[in-house]
Design a protein around this ligand. Structure first.
Ligand SMILES: [Zn+2]
Length: 95
């Protein structure tokens, strides 16, 4: 089971329910991730502390489009920030 971070955003945990009762609602971080389990990905969210949010943000994956140099096929993949080359094999030709 691997968690792949695709977003970490500050969010209002009590949005909606306590809007009219509390002025200073707690802002807390929400972690959006894909949970990989035996090749199946499921989108999930969880609340995290500010400290954990910083660590998660550092390892966040970004959706990017790549063009395979072998077959010219386009595909999207989640990769770390500033990645310009896709290291794994192309889903079209396997190169
Ligand atoms: Zn290819």
């Amino acid at each position: 089971m691997t968690k792949m971070t695709i977003g970490v955003y500050k969010s209002n945990k009590n949005a909606g329910r306590f809007r009219f009762h509390r002025k200073n609602t707690n802002k807390i971080w929400k972690h959006y991730f894909l949970d990989e389990d035996e090749g199946e990905y499921t989108f999930q969210t969880e609340w995290v502390s500010a400290f954990k949010a910083i660590i998660l943000k550092r390892n966040q994956q970004y959706k990017k489009t790549f063009v395979c140099l072998e077959c010219g096929g386009r595909f999207t993949a989640y990769v770390p920030k500033n990645t310009t080359e896709y290291k794994d094999e192309c889903p079209h030709c396997g190169e």
